[in-house]
Design a protein around this ligand. Structure first.
Ligand code: SF4
Length: 108
């Protein structure tokens, strides 16, 4: 029986640009590890920004990340920069923790 391969992307033709990104195999530079400190985040994002500057698909990547409200560093922009441009992620990093702390404060 032939194995069916299902693409994780909704429409591969619209995402062909992803195969041309300069960030391929550099995932750790573009997505935060658990409990990343602000200074480490600044250093990591500076490296990502440098890689993006010369990427041939920067415009496509930025648009994709904005429209899809992606997490991480995409198209030369951090999550915070996308949020300032009007494309905030649904659950920014740290929101759950702050909500838990606020709920605990109310209960005390
Ligand atoms: S612009 Fe940056 S994040 Fe987007 S594909 Fe290029 S290197 Fe990767």
């Amino acid at each position: 029986m032939a194995e069916t391969v299902v693409s994780p992307l909704p429409n591969e033709a619209h995402h062909a640009w992803m195969t041309h990104g300069d960030c391929r195999s550099k995932t750790r530079v573009f997505f935060a590890p658990h409990a990343e400190r602000p200074q480490a985040r600044a250093r990591r994002e500076a490296k990502a920004r440098q890689i993006c500057q010369s990427c041939p698909v920067l415009a496509e990547c930025r648009t994709y990340a904005r429209v899809n409200r992606e997490y991480g560093f995409w198209g030369g922009e951090s999550e915070e920069e996308r949020a300032l441009a009007g494309y905030a992620v649904p659950w920014p990093v740290g929101v759950n923790r702050r909500r838990q702390q606020a709920a605990l404060t109310v209960l005390r």
